[in-house]
Design a protein around this ligand. Structure first.
Ligand code: ZN
Ligand code: CO
Length: 332
């Protein structure tokens, strides 16, 4: 799974431009799934049918988003400096000094106009991307061109650091779960969603098409385990987090119980999650059509939305174990 994660995180696929990462995922899931389709918004849907005909088979949708945060060029000046705005939650503090790569392969560095104010709060609209051009005419970037952070994957023993672990870590977990799921009494849809970072736009339409009875999003969740972080219970290395609440949803208590009971029975470590900022695809699944019983399983992560996000590999492995244990038996 580590090699797969490295490959996935080193691909550039900001929201709305997921083609490159979808291609890699498609290659992985094609031999494992019974049915595959890509919908109009670009969601990749891989179905694993119930191994045996059964009346208790539940239609379950698992979602991990394949897009990542990025930036988009909004203006090019006469000297070839590119102004930009965010695509999803790209913050000023994390963006200054970053290298970005446009989808056409052009690399740039993010600079700032007023260096004497460098310790102040830095708004993105005072920054620019320098792609090495000297004029508008020789600038290889046009208004509307989109880019993502450029940063390579590194290992620090069990701690893995990369850009876009949000949510390629979840993507890798879904692929490995599908790979390991030899049989299931359920009808399981593994969905690799688009445009989560700009408001879970892919997950809602995917859920509408699939009409699941149960939904689960697999995404990263920020932790409370760094020196001066806000008080939150989630820590790296303590197992997958069972979400109770985030800003966008109250997880269905039946799904919460299913997760916690399965973890206890299988002796898989897990944590209880109340997230104070942000949300996931689970929200859009929960409120799609007439409503869906929905929860979320999270991989704890530090420095979310920076170019160096960090997860613990054991948490990823335990998330695969827990999902597999949940799916291989009849539900509830
Ligand atoms: Zn995410
Ligand atoms: Co995110």
């Amino acid at each position: 799974m580590k090699q797969l994660l490295k490959t996935l995180t080193e691909i550039f696929a900001p929201s709305g431009y997921e083609d490159a990462v979808r291609e890699v995922i498609l290659k992985e899931v094609k031999p494992l799934a019974d049915e595959i389709r890509v919908d109009a918004l670009g969601n990749l849907i891989a179905r694993k049918k119930p191994t045996m005909e059964s009346k208790s088979a539940k239609r379950i949708m698992l979602a991990a988003h394949m897009d990542e945060i990025g930036v988009i060029a909004s203006h090019v000046d006469e000297k070839g400096f590119v102004r930009f705005t965010n695509v999803g939650g790209t913050f000023g503090r994390y963006t200054l000094g970053a290298r970005v790569r446009f989808l056409n392969g052009v690399t740039g560095v993010v600079g700032y106009d007023r260096l004497e104010q460098i310790d102040n709060w830095l708004p993105i609209n005072k920054m620019f991307i320098d792609v090495g051009a000297t004029s508008r005419d020789d600038c290889p970037v046009k208004v509307g061109d989109i880019a993502a952070f450029e940063r390579s994957f590194i290992e620090m023993d069990d701690r893995l650091v990369a850009k876009s672990l949000d949510d390629r870590a979840g993507v890798a977990v879904l692929i490995e779960t599908l790979r390991g799921l030899k049989s299931t009494p359920n009808d399981v849809y593994f969905v690799f969603t688009t445009q989560e970072e700009v408001g879970s736009r892919g997950a809602g339409s995917a859920a509408f098409g699939i009409e699941p009875e149960i939904g689960i999003a697999v995404d990263v969740t920020p932790t409370g385990d760094t020196p001066v972080s806000i008080k939150m219970a989630m820590e790296l290395g303590k197992g997958p987090c069972v979400k109770f609440r985030d800003v966008g949803m109250i997880a269905d208590p039946r799904v919460v119980d299913w997760m916690i009971q399965t973890a206890e029975k299988a002796k898989i470590p897990c944590q209880r999650e109340v997230l104070l900022v942000g949300s996931t695809d689970a929200r859009e699944i929960q409120i799609s059509r007439a409503g869906v019983m929905t929860g979320a399983l999270s991989i704890p992560a530090r420095y979310v939305h920076s170019a160096s996000e960090m997860v613990d590999f054991n948490d990823m492995k335990n998330t695969v174990k827990l999902l597999t244990a949940m799916l291989k038996n009849p539900v509830l």
